[in-house]
Every structure is written in C-alpha cells, then in structure tokens.
Design a protein. Structure first.
Ligand code: ADP
Ligand code: MG
Length: 253
C-alpha cells in the first residue's frame, strides 16, 4: 500500500445482541502508516467492533471496505489472506507448542496454502523460510532467547509480545491489537510502543484498543472514543483528552 492510502473503511457498523446495541452506527477509517487507538469504558463495544472488522462476527448493518474490496461477512481467514492480522483481548496461544512454533503459525497464514495443507506438505525450503521469518519477528519483540521455551511457560507480558510477533509474522498491512499493553510491566510497555512505532514507520496500519491512557496518548496519531456502542469523540490525542464528553464518559462527571 502507498503511504496514507486508506486500508480499511467502515461505515455505519451496527451490531445488535438481542435488545443491546453493542455497536451503534460506528464509522471509522485507517490509513497505511497510521496508528488509530479506540478507547472507551468497559462494555463500550470496542472488542465487538474489532470482531466486525476482522470477520470474526458479522455486523447487523453497515459496510466494511478493506483494501478496496467490500468485506463485511468475509471469514477471518479471508481477511487474514488479504492482509489483516489481529490479537485478542485474552491471549490465544498454543501453550504446549514452543515460542518459535507459535510464531511460525503466523508466518504460515500469509502463505496461499491452508495451515493444515502447509503442515502436511511443506517442503524443507519453505519450512526453513517460515522458521527464519518467525525468528526474525521474535527478535523484533525481544523474544529471540525464548524460541525453544513452551509458550505457556512465559509470563503474561511476554505471551502478549509473542501474540503480536505471531500476528506480524503474517506480514499484514492492517494490524488489530485488542488491549496489547494489558498486564505488561512498564519496560515491556515501552518496548511495545517502540515496536508499534516501527511497524507504523514500515507503513503498516495499526488499529488498537487500549485502556492505558498514557500508552495511547504517547503513541496514537488519532484517537476514537466509544461509549454505549457509539462514537463520542474522535481526533488528535490532545484534543480528545480535553473533550468534555470524554471526561464525562471516564469520570462519570
Ligand atoms: P469492550 O470491549 O468495549 O469492553 P465489548 O465489545 O466486549 O466491550 O462489549 C460491548 C457490549 O456487548 C457489552 O455490553 C457486552 O456484554 C455485549 N456483548 C459482547 N459480545 C456479546 C455477545 N456475543 N452476546 C451478547 N452480548 C455481547
Ligand atoms: Mg474489550
């Protein structure tokens, strides 16, 4: 993608669960080389929005255009193949596999073959390439020394970094991170912010949900604030931080 190109454009995203409007007419877009943070109180609808955008769930109404193609209703696998990678609010690794194997699964996803086909019919050269890519991504997040450890044996902060390495190993042009800084120590948060900044410099579009305000305000180009399923503010970090509607949502003032 060209720098500044619109990668994802979502219009009027609405998701109803029975009588609850978890997303209510939400519109946003993300460009290549940009970090957009989605913030808002618990239950605001942030994870639901990510599920609509990544094909995990289907919106009740609204349109999603991903890289110029209509995408609402696409499967997560189809979205992944077109260049979307995501992490989840709760870590989803294969705990019995090694750190390297978990990262290599991400590298598989960008191949044209399905994962199972790839595991069954991978030739030696391809396998070596995937492992090399996985090692490269692990080095990027500072986990190179943990390659042979069981993923489940890592502390939570490192498991989060491994999830991001796995997502990035798929070489996405859009990366969705759901609360990536949750449970990280201060130094790990700084490392993570540095990593996300480098991804942005490489031209990736990054959309992240995050609770840690300092983390968001220091990193995001734009901030999108939700409450009760709706947008309540949207703009540059400093402007959003000073917005009375945002203060009210957070402080209940
Ligand atoms: P956030 O990530 O901002 O904390 P969520 O998107 O997880 O919020 O949830 C938004 C609202 O939608 C909450 O009230 C939640 O209980 C509800 N919700 C989310 N997923 C479902 C579901 N699968 N079925 C019913 N209600 C749901
Ligand atoms: Mg959530």
């Amino acid at each position: 993608p060209r720098p500044g190109e619109v990668i994802l454009d979502a219009r009027g995203i609405t998701r109803r669960f029975g009588g609850l409007l978890a997303n209510d007419d939400v519109s946003l877009s993300v460009r290549a080389g940009e970090v957009l943070a989605v913030i808002g109180p618990n239950g605001a609808g942030k994870s639901t929005l990510f599920n609509q955008l990544s094909g995990v769930d289907r919106p009740t109404a609204g349109t999603i255009v991903f890289r110029g193609q209509l995408a609402a209703g696409s499967s997560p696998r189809a979205m992944a193949r077109h260049g979307l990678a995501r992490t989840f609010q709760h870590v989803r690794l294969l705990p019995e596999l090694t750190v390297l194997e978990n990262a290599a699964i991400g590298a598989h996803l960008r191949g044209r073959k399905g994962l199972v086909a790839a595991m069954l019919r991978l030739d030696r050269r391809e396998e070596a390439q995937l492992l090399a890519e996985a090692r490269r991504q692990l080095a990027r997040v500072g986990l190179a020394a943990r390659c042979d450890d069981r993923a489940g044996s890592l502390p939570l902060g490192q498991q989060r970094l491994l999830e991001i390495a796995r997502a990035v190993a798929a070489d996405p042009c859009l990366l969705l991170l759901d609360e990536p800084a949750a449970g990280l120590r201060f130094e790990e948060k700084q490392e993570l912010a540095g990593l996300i900044d480098r991804l942005r410099c490489d031209g990736m579009a990054v959309l992240l949900v995050e609770h840690d305000m300092d983390f968001v305000m220091g990193l995001a180009d734009r901030v999108f604030v939700m409450d009760f399923g709706r947008e309540i503010a949207h703009g540059r970090p400093a402007d959003v931080q000073a917005d009375p509607a945002v203060l009210e949502a957070y402080l209940g003032a």
